[in-house]
Design a protein around this ligand. Sequence first.
Ligand code: AMP
Ligand code: MG
Length: 336
Amino acid sequence: MATEAFLASAGLTDEVVRRDAKTNLRKAADVLQSGGLVAFPTETVYGLGANALDATAVARVFEVKRRPRFDPLIVHVHSMVQARLVACYWRDTAVELARRFWPGPLTLVLPKSDVVPDIVASGLSTVAVRVPDHPLALALIAEAGLPVAAPSANTFGSISPTRAEHVRKQLDGEIDLLLDGGPCRVGVESTILSLEDDVPLLLRAGGTPLEEIESVVGPVRRQRSDPGRPTAPGQCPQHYAPKTQLVLWQDDGSPPASPRAGLLTLCPPADPNQFAAVEVLAESGNLREAATNLFAALHRLDAMGLDLIVAVPVPDEGLGLAINDRLRRAATTKKQ
Ligand code: AMP
Ligand code: MG
């Protein structure tokens, strides 16, 4: 199918995105097909993509990200047909979840088929797969005709990129092409669910609320993370972290004010002048909106050269689960 037809069928309406896509989409597909790296937008965060069937290309993703090889990648596909190519066994719950939530921010961990090189799955017998809900991502995967292995387009452990400028700042010169699709709509990474056993297991909270998943498949087990043996990087105790020290304000009441500190909070604080900077994630308290703004707010605070970022946890429901998870991991990092 011609690029123009992909864009039309993908409902790509934004003029800026359309222009960038038209110019660069075929180029990006060529880069992927010849073993190069393309950073591209998804609805969650920007991904750093390589041909998932090319072990050498995937090895470069690990190098560029400085990502440990034990930390497997998510394979992005454009359809159920392509998903069946990379994952060889689908229990009924897996099919049901894919039907209900794809395209969307839900990653399913399923038995891996042999076409996927071991490096993608870090030697595991399973593979993580999802269909992203972004017209540019879908058009790219379709145009390349390949499943695309793509972790977030940042260096390992740092704040995830939700805008093209975040990618440029960290990886400029190290990738072959960047597709600019504007800000990411969801703003936090996908929810990861293992379907190896009968009862689904939550490996990482993310853009698809757990409550919605449970309304389809019943109770989901939650894994207590073992920092020594992460099965998902979301389980690494240090992740998603700014360079500035970040502390979580766990107590009730107002966080301690400081002229050298920035505040990251869901709703406006009583006295914003007590801080050097205040990032309000969602005036209305809406957790979806807060997730969309989370990483961009962290990037901004981190660029200010503050002594400290004080983050106030959000309600632990809906997308709040993913937001609090990211804040906890950002908080464990020591000042550099
Ligand atoms: P990200 O860096 O956000 O792309 O993270 C990809 C996520 O998928 C990580 O949490 C990986 O550990 C997880 N993942 C990928 N493949 C597997 C797998 N086979 N089993 C468990 N988790 C996986
Ligand atoms: Mg990441």
